[in-house]
Design a protein around this ligand. Structure first.
Ligand code: SAH
Length: 250
């Protein structure tokens, strides 16, 4: 009998930020295909006989090609297994989940998707940043930092009512900033860079567009991080001013 593939959103890291449905599927899965982000500390939680396959990608290292991951999911399900594909955050937010669903359907493998807490919202939240805030930000533009800065991103960065949330953007900070400033975006727009959101070593760097390159270099920003540009990124938005400690607040 053919098995099934469940694409499940793992959230930003801690296992208790997964949905109950995702957790049930994960802990009963016969095969678990994991990523680098999202919940990784799962020892003792999975079935003892579960096959665990890590296709985790480190930036700059050779990733397992997407077509190999797709083939793996199809192969294990075709052998009759309940296969969980555990993804960081939400499977359909820059997670290539759509491609995995399409590959399963093309191969005649039943597949379903369990949504997850996306880092685009939950990582700013972990730093006390609401991506929308009445009277401050009425829209959110979520974008990845790879490739050229598009016209829609420039428009979002210029719009004082829009929050721009950039994933996979650490190495692209100089380029994004240069393109934005060249397009006339205000250099004083607040920026917050949140590394390892919802982990014990979470760190938030508050800066502005004009100073972001300098400050990111000075504090040695590393992946994974979410970059928030917009008035909601101001340190004093929710926190009383006396809790601010220079540019960097925890
Ligand atoms: N599907 C995922 C996003 C995958 S892209 C989601 O919905 O969250 C990977 C990017 O997500 C990283 O480069 C980083 O920008 C962001 N990210 C994921 N988890 C994170 C975390 N705990 N802290 C900071 N950034 C995180």
């Amino acid at each position: 009998m053919t098995g099934r593939v469940h694409l499940i959103g793992g959230g930003p890291g801690p296992i208790d930020l997964m949905t109950v449905r995702a957790w049930r599927l994960l802990t009963s899965a016969e095969v678990v295909v994991m990523d680098r982000l999202g919940p990784t500390d799962l020892r003792g939680e999975l079935r003892p006989d579960a096959e665990v396959i890590d296709v985790g990608k480190l930036p700059g290292h050779h990733p397992v090609p997407q077509d190999e991951i797709n083939a793996l999911l199809v192969d294990r399900a075709r052998a009759g297994n309940q296969v969980v594909r555990l993804k960081g955050g939400d499977p359909f937010v820059f997670g290539r989940g759509g491609e995995e669903v399409a590959a399963c359907l093309a191969a005649g493998i039943p597949v379903d998707v369990v949504p997850g807490v996306t880092s685009a919202v939950a990582v700013p939240q972990a730093a006390g940043i609401p991506v929308t805030h009445r009277g401050v930000a009425t829209a959110v533009h979520i974008v990845h930092g790879q490739g050229p800065v598009s016209a829609s991103t420039v428009a979002a960065l210029r719009d004082p009512e829009v929050t721009t949330v950039i994933l996979m953007g650490v190495s692209a900070i100089p380029r994004i900033v240069a393109d934005a400033l060249r397009a006339g975006v205000d250099a004083d727009r607040p920026v917050a860079i949140v590394e390892r959101g919802h982990h014990l070593d979470q760190r938030t760097t508050r800066t502005t567009l004009g100073r972001a390159v300098l400050d990111a270099g000075r504090t040695g920003i590393r992946n994974p991080a979410v970059i928030v540009v917009g008035d909601v990124a101001r340190a004093e938005l929710l926190l009383p001013a006396h809790e601010m400690t220079g540019d960097t607040v925890r």
